[in-house]
Design a protein around this ligand. Sequence first.
Ligand code: SF4
Length: 334
Amino acid sequence: MEFSGRTWRPPYERDTPIIEATTGCAWGTCSFCSLYEEEHFSVGSLERFERELDEVKACIPNTRRLWLTGGSPFQMSFEQLEARANAVRDRLIKCQSIAMFASVRDIARKTDGELRRLRALQVNGLTIGVESGNDEALALARKGYTARDVIEQLTRLDCAGIEYNVTYVTGLLGAGRGRWHAHTTADVLNRLNPKIIAVSSLTAFPGTKLYEEVRSGSFTMPDEAERLEELKTFLSEIQLRVHLEASSKSNAVPVMGMLPLDKALIIAKLEAAIEEERRTNPNRHFRAELSSLGWDKERSEDLSSKSARSRLTYASLKGPRRDENQPTLKALPL
Ligand code: SF4
């Protein structure tokens, strides 16, 4: 099994076997992200994909789910996705879902008929980097779509029967506006049907546009208490039956649970943390010590060398790779 690009995936996909279909991110302009800054977007050949599927089949023929790597595999054309889904169907007869990152822009490029056909071929469980339901925050983050686009495109997934998870980034509107960001984002997500809402919190990592904006003073980051207040407001207003996962390393106080069942418990935990944050500010250094989300110096040097391709045994694909989680660069202190 060979990977020429980053193999980053959401924490809840940690046990899903991965296979490379694309590398890099075709968009690459989000203000807070430097995840794929050293990789160009490219689509791997179908022949190579089939060869690697044969390897997956030899190791775990009964796998029920696959994760396609890359920042935006759903950027592939319908024909490219269809060919890869057919290749999976021909080899892994028990595979029930082919999951991957997808953006709102990628969905918009597919017709309703193409979405339905992809669903019939087991393309399902997409993770959409929505990040916000607030137009100003989406523009600040340079996501390239509006809240209305989010509602329209994810509703099209609902109609096609494609299940999806969404991301939400607290702090995206800056200091003093957390509650409004929560309110407007909850209002958008309440009209949709995500299975998981994965929450992270805005962090200014070196190499990002956001880092420069914070340094120049044009953007002010919220403190940890305001981030927790934002998450509490969001939880209070979300009216979905959904799994909340705010446990990635950018969350100073990790919380997770099934909503609405665990809502009161999570809110109580957040209220206690907010009070403590206001009293003794225990997480004042938390973000400054945070490593970037997947950015890794060793990996970067590896990718820039002539012999960039990493060869992994299949056993190493089950569970997070160490090089995706190593702390390297420090985030900008508040
Ligand atoms: S956040 Fe996602 S879409 Fe934006 S640049 Fe990073 S990988 Fe690409």
